[in-house]
Write a protein of this length. Structure first.
Length: 292
């Protein structure tokens, strides 16, 4: 069986914390503080429920908590700044009252990122790869925090309108390379950049399958790879399962992605997924210390 290369990287977090990526897969647990998320139907829209969900994910073994206040599902519209702040900042502040776990703010708005970092977030996950808000690169650079740059074809409103590529990997690699160069030119340290091929963001089912299977191609960019495929529509299309029944399909797809070199996987149900992730890591390593 082919096992793709997984290079080692150290990502620096505020307060002297670090993510040492490469030996094992890091688990990013998702908390959607939205009323219209495709994955959980707004179950954690209320602040108290979102905080409790974060606690559950931490107890289940998450390494990072990703907080998002704006849905990026296909055909969705952006929300006002104040609404996104109202959804996310109290959740970050509340998590900081009981945990020092690394927190990622999932946003394309610079002011949301700025306030989230002030509230205790450690990194920025920008699905626009710093394209939607010209101030975002400044915020990331000034704070010196890690940033996830994701590929997306167009915007959430338009990305699934007949997505087409003349050269799938060539175009996505070129996009990510250009965004890395943009970020570095704007003052972001290259060593603080994580890349995400954007599964489901302007891709057909076949595009997604090829990206997961051949994820190791992205090693050419020499940055750690985040894979976010949890519960997405391509899984439902293949298995004919509704969103709440896609955890097994998610586990299989994540396992293939880990074998192909993913450093971080972004999931909704950490408790379900973590066994598959640990198993995939053990197979990657080819050994297990039984008495460790």
């Amino acid at each position: 069986m082919f096992v793709g290369e997984r290079k080692h990287y150290t990502i620096r977090l505020p307060g002297g914390k670090e993510l040492k990526l490469g030996d094992r897969t890091y688990v990013m647990g998702v908390v959607n503080v939205t009323p219209d998320s495709f994955s959980d139907g707004g179950k954690f829209y209320e602040i108290d429920r979102a905080v409790e969900r974060a606690r559950e994910l931490i107890n289940a073994g998450a390494d990072i908590i990703d907080i998002g206040g704006e849905s990026t599902r296909p055909f969705s519209d952006p929300i006002p700044l104040e609404e996104e702040l109202k959804r996310t900042i109290p959740v970050i502040e509340a998590i900081r009252d009981f945990s020092d776990i690394p927190i990622s703010i999932d946003t394309t708005k610079a002011e949301v990122a700025r306030r989230a970092l002030a509230a205790g977030a450690d990194m920025v996950n920008d699905v626009s790869a710093l394209r939607f808000d010209p101030e975002m690169v400044k915020v990331v650079a000034e704070h010196g925090v890690p940033v996830v740059l994701m590929h997306m074809l167009g915007t959430p409103k338009t990305m699934q309108q007949n997505p087409h590529y003349d050269c799938l990997f060539g175009e996505i690699l070129a996009f990510l390379q250009e965004r890395i160069q943009f970020a570095v030119k704007g003052g972001v340290s290259r060593e603080q950049i994580i890349i995400d091929p954007g599964i489901g963001f302007g891709k057909t089912v076949t595009h997604n399958l090829r990206l997961i299977r051949d994820l190791d191609v992205f090693n050419i960019l020499e940055r750690p790879i985040l894979l976010g495929l949890s519960r997405k529509r391509f899984i439902g299309a293949i298995l004919n399962r509704p969103v709440e029944e896609r955890e097994l399909g998610t586990a299989v797809a994540n396992t293939i992605g880990i074998m192909a070199g993913a450093h971080i996987v972004r999931v909704h149900d950490v408790a379900f997924q973590i066994d598959a992730i640990r198993m995939a890591d053990a197979i990657r390593a080819g050994f297990f210390e039984e008495n460790a």
